[in-house]
Design a protein around this ligand. Structure first.
Ligand code: AMP
Ligand code: TRP
Length: 331
C-alpha cells in the first residue's frame, strides 16, 4: 500500500481553495492508502504568528479536517512540531539542497516580494522542510494544489542528490496528486490571484467556517465583469473571475465547466451567483456545523493530535535515524 503525506499551515482558517485543492482529495485518498496528514506549525511560523492564535488555529484546523472526513483512527492526523524528526531531517536537507535551487522557488519570490532582505530565513528554506516532511515517512504520493508542484519537484531533487552524495537508494521518488479541476481556486476580488487564507481581505475568500449569510454576502460582492456568462469554456478566455466562479460551481456540484456553462450560459451573474451561493452553502454547512461541535471539546482535539504524533513518530523516527547514520552522525 502506498503511503500518502500532506500538510496544511495552521496560519489561518482554511479556505474553499484549500478544500477543493487539497482537503477533499485527502479525504478521498484515505481509501486504498495509508495516510498521514499534518498541521505544519513549523512552516506557519516562517511568518510571525500570534502564539495564542496559532494554538487556536491548530485546533480549529484539526476540527475542520475531522469534520471534512479525515479518519484519525485509521489514518494519522498530527501537528508537525510534535515530531522532532521533521526538523532534524530538514537540517540535513538544508545541507543537501543548493542555494541556486531555492532561488528558483516562485512561492518564495511571491511571498517575499520587494522585501526579500527582511523576510525570515525560515521562509527561504521552507521547501527543504517540506521535503523533510514527506521523506521522513518514505511517503510516495502527495496530494496538493497546483501551487505546490514546484516544491515537490525540489523534494525529488533533494532525495536524488542525497542518494547520490551518500551512494544509497534511501529516499524514494514522490508523485504529486493534483485534482483535475479547481487545483487553483482564485481570489473573489481578483481572478488572477490565488485564494489565500493569509490575504488581508476576508472578502477575497470563503472560509470553511463561514456561515450561510457570510457566504451569500461574499459571493454577492465577488468581482465579475459586465458580459453574460458564455455557453462554452472557450468563451472564458481573458475572464478570470467568471472562469473561477464557474469552476467552483462545477467542482462542488460534480460537473464539468462545459456542463455548468451549458446551464448558465447567456445568463447574467445575478441568477448564476444565486445558484453558486446555494451550492457553496450546501457543500460547506455539514463541515462548519461539525467543526463547531468538535471545537466545544478542545481536550478531545488535543488528545487526537497527541496520539497522531505518537504514531507518526513511530514511523519517522527509524527512517530519520537511518538518514542520520548515513550522513555519519554517531547514534
Ligand atoms: P496552505 O494554505 O498554503 O497551507 O496550503 C495547503 C494546501 O491547500 C496545499 O496543498 C495547497 O496547494 C492547497 N491550496 C491552498 N490554496 C489553494 C487554492 N487557492 N486553490 C487550490 N488549492 C490551494
Ligand atoms: N507547503 C505546503 C503549503 O503551504 C504545506 C506543506 C508543508 C506540505 N509540508 C508539506 C504539503 C508536505 C505537502 C507535503 O501548501
Amino acid at each position: 500500500m502506498q503511503r500518502i503525506f500532506s500538510g496544511i499551515q495552521p496560519s489561518g482558517i482554511p479556505t474553499l481553495g484549500n478544500y477543493l485543492g487539497a482537503i477533499r482529495n485527502w479525504v478521498a485518498l484515505q481509501q486504498g492508502h495509508e495516510c498521514l496528514y499534518c498541521l505544519v506549525d513549523l512552516h506557519a511560523i516562517t511568518s510571525w504568528q500570534d502564539p495564542a492564535a496559532l494554538r487556536d488555529q491548530t485546533r480549529t484546523q484539526a476540527a475542520i479536517l475531522l469534520a471534512a472526513g479525515i479518519d484519525a483512527e485509521t489514518h494519522i492526523l498530527f501537528n508537525q512540531s510534535a515530531v522532532s524528526a521533521h526538523a532534524r531531517l530538514a537540517w540535513i536537507f538544508n545541507c543537501v539542497a543548493r542555494i541556486g535551487w531555492l532561488n528558483r522557488m516562485t512561492q518564495f519570490k511571491d511571498k517575499a516580494g520587494k522585501d526579500r532582505e527582511a523576510v525570515s530565513s525560515g521562509l527561504y528554506v521552507y521547501p527543504n522542510l517540506m521535503a523533510a516532511d514527506i521523506h521522513a515517512y518514505h511517503a510516495t504520493r502527495v496530494p496538493v494544489g497546483d501551487d505546490q508542484r514546484q516544491h515537490l519537484e525540489l523534494a525529488n531533487d533533494i532525495a536524488q542528490k542525497f542518494n547520490h552524495d551518500y551512494a544509497v537508494e534511501f529516499f524514494p521518488a514522490i508523485e504529486a496528486v493534483v485534482p483535475p479541476e479547481a487545483a487553483r481556486v482564485m481570489s473573489l476580488r481578483d481572478g488572477t490571484r490565488k485564494m489565500s487564507k493569509s490575504d488581508p481581505s476576508d472578502q477575497s475568500r470563503i472560509n470553511l467556517t463561514d456561515d450561510a449569510a457570510t457566504i451569500a454576502l461574499k459571493i454577492r460582492r465577488a468581482k465579475t465583469d459586465p458580459e453574460p456568462l458564455p455557453s462554452e469554456a472557450a468563451g472564458l478566455e481573458g475572464r478570470p473571475e467568471a472562469r473561477n466562479l464557474a469552476t467552483i460551481l462545477g467542482a462542488l456540484s460534480g460537473r464539468t465547466l462545459d456542463q455548468v456553462l451549458a446551464e448558465h450560459g447567456g445568463s447574467g451573474f445575478g441568477p448564476f451567483k444565486e445558484a453558486l451561493t446555494a451550492q457553496v452553502q450546501e457543500s460547506l454547512a455539514p463541515i462548519s456545523g461539525e467543526t463547531q461541535r468538535l471545537l466545544s471539546d478542545p481536550g478531545h482535539l488535543d488528545r487526537v493530535l497527541r496520539r497522531g504524533a505518537e504514531r507518526a513518530n513511530a514511523i519517522a523516527e527509524p527512517i530519520v535515524r537511518e538518514a542520520e547514520r548515513i550522513v555519519g552522525f554517531l547514534s
